[in-house]
Design a binder for this molecule. Structure first.
Ligand SMILES: Nc1ncnc2c1ncn2[C@@H]1O[C@H](COP(=O)(O)OP(=O)(O)OP(=O)(O)O)[C@@H](O)[C@H]1O
Length: 265
């Protein structure tokens, strides 16, 4: 079966009744949401609440027990990497994602240039001169053009994150998944990185899905906000609506209360 035809207004992501358990532990319980294309969506939630599981379902690394996971209309939940007939479709979906891992996940034995060139060499047929031009464009966009010959161990935490961003957007993904982009950074560096997200979004128009614990980050960049707590998506929608609604779990999170609907386990 070929991938479904999509119209321009096909949402980047739709989750319909997505549930996932590990043994008797239900991590996601009937999650529904729609992320319009070209928006910045921040998913908040306490530790261990299923945010990473959700990301892995999006890229087809995990299959939910129930529900549909539509990425630009393609139901990733029905694709199984072990089935030859699904593999091309699954890989085509994965190529639409760029991933910014929590720790940057740069290759320590590769220069900054080669780290950013890596996905181009792996996934495209670009010539080396095209790669050079694109890598330089990506490094310039994230403000580390001067560092292309350095190795990750020679960079500060903030610079490593920028290089990781350059790699995440290397082959023009439609969706950039960011797993806690501000983790391990001081507040000023985090804010600088948030400005970078806004700038990349403005100039490249990609959809950003950002996993975060950082409420200041949510306030700064989010157009859509979701909050996962105790397996449920307790609130989701346009950021101004979600802030106005001020769900008790969101309020507890934002005001750092230990008592409230979020159970600390
Ligand atoms: N492959 C797996 N097998 C068993 N349990 C798993 C597996 N993957 C995740 N879990 C469990 O699912 C729950 C949610 O994990 P997840 O990593 O999604 O949390 P998170 O919200 O991303 O947390 P954090 O904010 O701390 O990164 C945890 O209890 C975790 O132990």
């Amino acid at each position: 079966m070929s991938a479904p035809k999509q119209r321009d207004d096909t949402p980047a992501v739709v989750l319909e009744n997505v549930s996932k358990s590990f043994g008797s532990h239900t991590v996601l319980d009937g999650v529904n949401l729609t992320i319009p294309r070209g928006t910045i969506c921040v998913m908040l939630g306490p530790s261990g609440t299923g945010k990473s599981v959700l990301l892995r379902c999006l890229v087809g690394l995990l299959r939910p027990d129930t529900g549909r996971v539509l990425v630009f209309g393609e139901n990733v939940a029905e694709l199984d990497e072990k089935r030859a007939r699904d593999r091309d479709r699954l890989f085509a979906v994965r190529r639409r994602f760029g991933m910014l891992f929590q720790d940057g996940a740069l290759f320590d034995d590769m220069s900054v240039f080669d780290n950013v060139a890596f996905p181009m060499r792996l996934h495209t047929k670009m010539r080396e001169d095209e790669i050079r031009e694109k890598v330089r464009d990506r490094l310039a966009r994230v403000g580390v053009a001067h560092a292309e010959d350095k190795f990750p161990s020679e960079l500060s935490g903030g610079m490593r994150k920028r290089v990781a961003f350059a790699r995440a957007i290397a082959i023009d993904p439609d969706i950039v998944l960011c797993d806690e982009p501000s983790s391990g950074l001081d507040p000023v560096m985090s804010a600088t990185l948030d400005e970078l997200i806004l700038e990349l979004h403005r100039t490249l128009g990609m959809t950003f899905i950002i996993i975060s614990h950082d409420t200041a980050e949510a306030r700064m960049v989010a157009q859509y906000i979701g909050m996962l707590a105790n397996g449920k998506l307790v609130t989701f929608g346009p950021a101004d609506q979600v802030f106005a609604e001020n769900h008790p779990a969101l309020e507890q999170f934002f005001t750092r209360q230990t008592v409230g609907p979020i159970k600390v386990v």
